[in-house]
Design a protein around this ligand. Structure first.
Ligand SMILES: Nc1ncnc2c1ncn2[C@@H]1O[C@H](COP(=O)(O)OP(=O)(O)OP(=O)(O)O)[C@@H](O)[C@H]1O
Length: 306
């Protein structure tokens, strides 16, 4: 049985005028590290709040560990850990006071479940008297994870835990999740960072309240092979402009220092682009055939679903 089962969940705001979740369905298996990946406003927080019983859906059903998110809310609250994207800590309590507070709320003690958080807590323990409001982003994130874990949850919901955190702390955080997974905890984590998809067992790509794709990263990328090229030239602005014109070009978007261009026909794509850009007056032209990343796939899916 799935540990998290979501079936046709719908959520609207402002008397139905804002559609946040549009018949979302998916399952998360026991012990899985499942990523919900999508931009701001995709509906990630709404879904997490429904699954942690803090928000009622307008329609559909969802279960966590076999318990219904509407009818069994008190039982669910005991078995899930939730790390909200914002405001999960009491800024005017110290590290140790925050932790004790969360342990008390769940009728347990820090000592009883210390083994669960030890790996993470030792990194912030030297600062345990410091107020949460005075911690760095990475330290806040570690403390929030300790607070979400202190009652030994079966399922962890982490809403954008790495947003605003430096790259080193982001990596450390995902390493911590890997270690938690080995304890059998099912983890559902949301992120706007596409590069974090590779750290998940399976991912769901979500946009405007709809799941666009759901599978392992490799399978999703494999399903969306593209005739894709990385293109650059001397005048970037003019390049962006010119790459929008030909009917042969399916899509073109800025990707770091280059333009990623998808062509409609597979043959001689590189020659086609070089010829076209030379004719339109560009110089220093580089064109490389590349394999799509998850970001390329996401952009393709977003364009298809517009
Ligand atoms: N309380 C609310 N009232 C009105 N609209 C809301 C409310 N909460 C969320 N929304 C809207 O619902 C949609 C989904 O928002 P949600 O916060 O669930 O997405 P998200 O993926 O978590 O994005 P973010 O990271 O920006 O919070 C957005 O269009 C958002 O503006």
């Amino acid at each position: 049985m799935a540990t998290v089962h979501v079936e046709n969940i719908k959520k609207t705001y402002d008397k139905g005028s804002v559609l946040a979740l549009d018949n979302v369905s998916f399952d998360v298996k026991s012990g899985e590290l499942f990523g919900l990946i999508g931009p701001d406003g995709a509906g990630k927080t709404s879904l997490f709040r429904i699954l942690t019983t803090l928000l009622l859906p307008d329609g559909g059903h969802a279960q966590v560990a076999g318990l219904d998110v509407v009818n069994d809310l008190w039982k669910i609250r005991r078995i899930v850990g939730y790390m909200p994207g914002k405001f999960s800590l009491y800024q005017d309590l110290s590290i140790e006071e925050n932790l004790q507070f969360f342990a008390t709320v769940f009728n347990t003690t820090v000592e009883k479940n210390y083994h669960l958080i030890e790996d993470i807590y030792v990194q912030i323990e030297p600062f345990k008297k410091r107020l949460a409001g005075k911690l760095s982003g990475g330290m806040k994130q570690k403390l929030a994870l300790c607070c979400a874990l202190i009652h030994e949850p079966k399922v962890l919901f982490l809403d954008e835990p790495t947003t605003g955190v430096d790259p080193v702390s982001r990596k450390e955080f995902w390493d911590m999740l890997d270690r938690l997974k080995t304890r059998g905890i099912t983890i559902v984590v949301s992120t706007p960072y596409m590069d974090e998809a590779s750290r998940c067992d399976r991912i769901a790509l979500i946009q405007k309240g709809k799941i666009l794709e759901l599978d392992t990263l490799t399978k999703i990328i494999g399903r969306h092979t593209q005739n894709l090229y990385a293109v650059n030239a001397d005048n970037r602005y003019q390049l962006m402009h010119d790459l929008r014109k030909p009917a042969e070009i399916e899509s073109s978007f800025a990707f770091g220092e280059e333009q990623h261009v998808t062509l409609r026909t597979p043959e001689n794509g590189k020659n086609y682009l070089i010829d076209y850009l030379t004719q339109t007056g560009h110089s220093d032209i580089t064109v490389r055939k590349i394999e799509p990343t998850i970001e390329d796939v996401f952009i393709k899916l977003m364009l298809e679903n517009q």
